[in-house]
Design a protein around this ligand. Structure first.
Ligand code: G16
Length: 548
């Protein structure tokens, strides 16, 4: 055996013994249900997460080693969930969600029953994937404002130290900021660096692009933004500071991050979307634009009230339609040809939005399962892929070839050049790594300014079918299995037939049931021709679940 080999073996043994040693400090709780890497990583009550986060640190190190030392992100957040929850998710080098094939390793690590079993799993994954345990690895991590965050960061650091990783703490930041930073780090040495890998770099990039795309346009009217008492509040304030009041003015409400128990309570994007009403703290002013972020600022929904104080929601479907319409118009004016714009939605998309996109805008629409990870990949198949979940999570992806085509296009008129410039600035306003509430805010304000529209003109493109989303707590949400992009249940057997029978009775009726991947519950969605019917259909389908 060569000395090198001997040294390497010793290093591996040392690493495995460190993993076991630290694992004994971060023991898996006695917990009947298995941990699962769900829609957005692991998410549950924070007091159950210590061992999971420690183990995610180990996996992050392996993932980085597998990818030749590219930086992997780890975000500690539970986004829209209540204050007592927390969660953890991994970010791949280009700022995307963790590659799906690795979720099984995450789940295996989280469920290992003993310190020894964990070290064995770690070694097995390295063997299976031919990962050198002495290869360099780098991790960037951050957290939201939850009270449980600092303790979970300690668990993560133990995992990273045990695995011998190099790591950088980016502190408290929004989830999309960390996605942005990870991409910046990994593209720094390439021919197209994404930006400066810091929060300051993020603000600088967004502000410069917004100013460029708004050149010659009137400053947007005052907007009121509900920050869900989460990390988005202070980060939005920082962005506004960089933008300057000459570019944008906003009133931020629900920005109390010190009172951590207020997070997402009676406010935030999820509350507004599901309750279809104004959040606490927002005073209704007719025809003014409002927006709500979620707890980690990766989702946004807009809304307004009319003169009669009637509430109108402008959700992810409305944002997707607005963005697709604007981009198509710009492409047409620019004269740039052969750029396919497509939209990606999920089963939660309002039926009217899909009809508008397909029949009026004539854009292709893909439907995927819930979860940004699914939508993102489907959107990458278009030259310009607009993806939004109805809950306000989404972005617009411009392919590298499209950016190149725009940059090298020879415009025949100032009008064409202006449209091309607007498209290019728009691509920089929009966070290309993941759905980002702050960047989406600027996107929407840009389109409204270019169209000289207020919220009611935006809302007029199509009328939503009345809909209702209900959360139902069941004994075992994992018993609910779906097919057809979650639009139909396969199990429990017979349930889909019962839903179909109910749906038949309603004009424009549609309803589906799926297990949440972020909460211990199932979600029931229903839409129908009238508010009363949509509510009734949701109630009746929910009642079917109670009998199980
Ligand atoms: C996460 C995911 C979203 C998903 C949402 C709800 O959002 O990133 O893609 O729509 O959970 O998922 P589910 O219905 O499975 O609970 P966030 O903003 O909570 O991170």
């Amino acid at each position: 055996m060569s000395l090198d080999q001997e040294q390497q073996d010793q290093m591996i043994l040392h690493q495995l013994s460190q993993i076991e040693k630290f694992s004994s400090v971060h023991r898996r709780p006695d917990f009947d249900t298995n941990f699962a890497y769900g829609t957005a990583g692991f998410r549950m009550r924070a007091d159950l997460l210590d061992s999971v986060v420690y183990r995610v640190g180990l996996l992050a190190a392996l993932r980085s080693r597998k990818l030749d030392g590219e930086t992997i992100g780890v975000m500690i957040t539970a986004s829209h969930n209540p204050p007592e929850d927390n969660g953890v998710k991994l970010i791949d080098p280009q700022g995307e969600m963790l590659e799906a094939s690795w979720e099984v390793y995450a789940t295996k690590f989280a469920n290992a029953r003993s310190d020894e079993e964990l070290a064995r799993e770690y070694f097995n994954v390295a063997e299976t994937l031919k990962i050198r345990l002495d290869a360099p690895c780098k991790i960037a991590y951050g957290r939201d404002t939850r009270a449980s965050g600092p303790a979970l960061v300690s668990a993560l650091k133990d995992g990273l130290s045990a695995a011998g990783a190099e790591f950088s703490d980016y502190g408290v930041l929004t989830t999309p900021q960390l996605h942005y930073i990870v991409k910046c780090i990994n593209t720094a040495e390439t021919s197209s660096p994404y930006g400066e890998p810091s929060q300051a770099g993020y603000y600088k990039k967004l502000a410069a692009a917004f100013k460029a795309v708004m050149k010659g346009k009137p400053k947007p009217g005052l907007i009121t933004i509900d920050a869900a008492n989460g990390v988005g509040g202070p980060k939005l304030a920082e962005l506004l500071e960089v933008l300057g009041s000459e570019s944008l003015e906003a009133v931020i409400v629900n920005d109390d991050v010190e009172a951590t128990q207020k997070l997402n309570q009676q406010c935030g994007a999820d509350y507004v979307k599901t309750q279809q009403k104004l959040p606490a703290g927002a005073e209704p002013e007719a025809l003014q634009l409002y927006a709500s972020l979620d707890g980690d600022a990766d989702r946004i929904v807009f809304y307004y009230v009319d003169e009669a104080k009637k509430f109108f929601l402008l959700d992810g479907d409305k944002i997707a339609s607005l963005a697709a319409m604007f981009i198509q118009e710009l492409l047409e004016v620019s004269g740039v040809e052969d750029v396919e714009v497509g939209v990606v939605q999920t089963a939660y998309a309002n039926g009217s939005s899909t009809a508008y996109l397909q029949d009026v805008l004539k854009v292709p629409v893909t439907c995927t399962s819930t979860g940004v990870k699914h939508l993102h990949h489907a959107a990458q198949l278009y030259d310009i892929g607009v993806y939004f979940e109805a809950n306000g999570h989404g972005t617009v992806l411009f392919s590298a070839a499209t950016i190149k085509a725009l940059e090298s296009f020879e415009a025949a008129s100032p009008g064409q050049q202006s449209a091309v410039d607007t498209l290019l600035s728009l691509a920089d306003v929009i966070n290309q790594t993941v759905g980002d509430a702050l960047s989406d805010l600027l996107l929407v304000l840009t389109v409204l300014a270019h169209k000289s529209w207020g919220p009611s003109e935006w809302n007029m493109a199509y009328t939503d079918l009345p809909n209702r989303l209900v959360r139902v707590v069941v004994d075992d949400r994992f018993a609910f299995k779906t097919e057809d992009a979650e639009r139909r249940l396969v199990e429990p057997q017979g349930l889909q037939a019962q839903i179909d029978e109910l749906v038949k009775k309603y004009k424009f009726g549609r309803s589906f049931v799926r297990a949440s991947g972020t909460e211990d519950a199932v979600r029931v969605y229903a839409e129908a021709a009238t508010r009363l019917e949509a509510d009734e259909l949701a109630l009746k389908v929910s009642e079917l679940l109670k009998g199980l």
